[in-house]
Design a protein around this ligand. Structure first.
Ligand SMILES: NC(=O)c1ccc[n+]([C@@H]2O[C@H](COP(=O)([O-])OP(=O)(O)OC[C@H]3O[C@@H](n4cnc5c(N)ncnc54)[C@H](O)[C@@H]3O)[C@@H](O)[C@H]2O)c1
Length: 367
């Protein structure tokens, strides 16, 4: 099979879909791997590293798309890439179809096979989403620390305090992958941390594994309001699968918060869990509402492209190898995980949620 790796062209995107070790594994199995020159530079991977691993370098995205049977990418195809996609070509990448009818209709029209990282299920989990939540969770504390600094508009608070001065209080809403990773890093900074969730089993687990400076609390309106009065930093990390994030903090609630405290609303990619949140970019990440600094970047992992590339490629490669082994049709027949990731198959929507979102017809080929 010919596997193609184009350079990512979405704004603020520095990741690449394959590491040199991935090229080596694919080549060793008899596949040709075409990598667009410069594709790895955003993640600090030079062209010669791909060449050494057995890749063929090509100059343009057109060269990649016109030859490859399987395209490995990170973000959904951008508009300029749509005309390059060929009928029957397999695309393995994040699509997040529900976010855009235009993309969905464009992919249907290409007659390609769209295999989406975000819906690939394995043992009841979504393993190709987890590493990005780990990155965003850990990063939320790093960004929170930065924006609490006075020159960055914050309150002028050092997370860990110093002997004689209290540490910052950090409230984390949601104790899933993002929340648990945020809590662990916050605890390491010696901050005073509270993590809130509604899932009692999850709270019991977190209580077992978290260090002593992390308190585990049930999430209800009273506790959230109490926490807002204490917090220097609030991390929004709630998720109700398949739904918009619940609005746990209303505009009026912000009056209770200290001036220039900071909110990092990681859940902004699902609409955000704070009424005053709106999406921002790495180029212009914060704004102030009701005297509270808001950071609402929708693709946080993009800023730490190298870490994110390695974290993503570690989990995507085994599935890419499955696809190249016998082709997508056979891989989907063999593996429920692969079939769960196929959202569009040659002009048909094969993911029920995507079909329902746009009121389009659903094909149960892979159900
Ligand atoms: N901005 C970014 O760059 C970025 C990156 C990765 C993930 N995310 C987003 O972060 C969010 C969290 O992701 P995750 O992987 O941690 O999800 P997860 O499913 O692992 O965790 C979500 C947690 O929220 C809890 N929850 C639900 N309702 C709640 C409530 N009312 N109060 C408190 N907790 C509640 C759930 O019980 C669960 O434990 C998602 O919206 C995800 O898309 C954003």
């Amino acid at each position: 099979m010919i596997v193609g790796v184009p350079q990512e062209i979405k704004r603020d995107e520095y990741r690449v879909a394959v590491l040199p070790v991935g090229v080596e594994e694919l080549s060793r199995r008899g596949n040709r791997v075409l990598v667009q020159a410069g594709a790895g530079l955003g993640s600090g991977i030079a062209d010669h590293e791909y060449l050494k691993a057995g890749a063929e370098l090509v100059a343009t995205a057109e060269d990649v798309f016109s030859q490859a049977d399987l395209i490995l990418k990170v973000k959904e195809p951008q508009e300029s890439e749509w005309p390059l996609i060929r009928p029957g070509q397999v695309l393995f990448t994040y699509f997040h179809f529900a976010a855009g009818r235009e993309l969905t209709e464009a992919m249907i029209a290409t007659d390609a096979v769209c295999v989406a990282y975000e819906t690939l299920e394995f043992r009841g989990k979504l393993p190709l989403l987890t590493p990005m939540s780990e990155v965003a969770g850990r990063m939320s504390i790093q960004e929170g620390a930065k924006y609490l600094e006075r020159p960055q508009m914050g309150r002028g608070i050092l997370l860990g305090g110093v002997p004689g001065v209290a540490p910052a209080h950090i409230t984390i809403l949601g104790g899933g992958v993002v929340g648990a990773n945020a809590a662990r890093i916050a605890a390491g900074f010696q901050a005073d941390v509270a993590i809130l969730d509604i899932n009692m089993d999850r709270l019991r687990y977190l209580d077992d594994v978290m260090p002593a400076n992390v308190n585990v609390l049930f999430s209800d309106r009273h506790t959230i309001r109490e926490q807002l009065q204490l917090a220097d930093l609030v991390v929004g990390a709630v998720l109700i699968p398949g739904a918009k994030a619940p609005r746990l903090i209303q505009r009026d609630d912000l009056q209770m918060m200290k001036n220039r405290s900071v909110i990092i609303d990681v859940a902004i990619d699902q609409g955000g869990c704070i009424e005053t949140s709106r999406p921002t970019t790495h180029g212009d990440p914060i704004f102030i509402e009701e005297e509270v600094v808001h950071y609402c970047v929708t693709n946080m992992p993009g800023a730490v492209g190298r870490t994110s590339t390695f974290a993503l490629c570690n989990v995507t490669l085994p599935w890419a190898l499955e696809i190249v082994k016998d082709g997508i049709d056979e891989a989907a027949r063999r593996s429920k995980s692969i079939s769960s990731a196929i959202n569009v198959y040659r002009g048909q929507i094969t993911n029920q949620a995507v079909a329902e979102t746009f009121d389009l017809s659903f094909s149960d080929t892979f159900a």
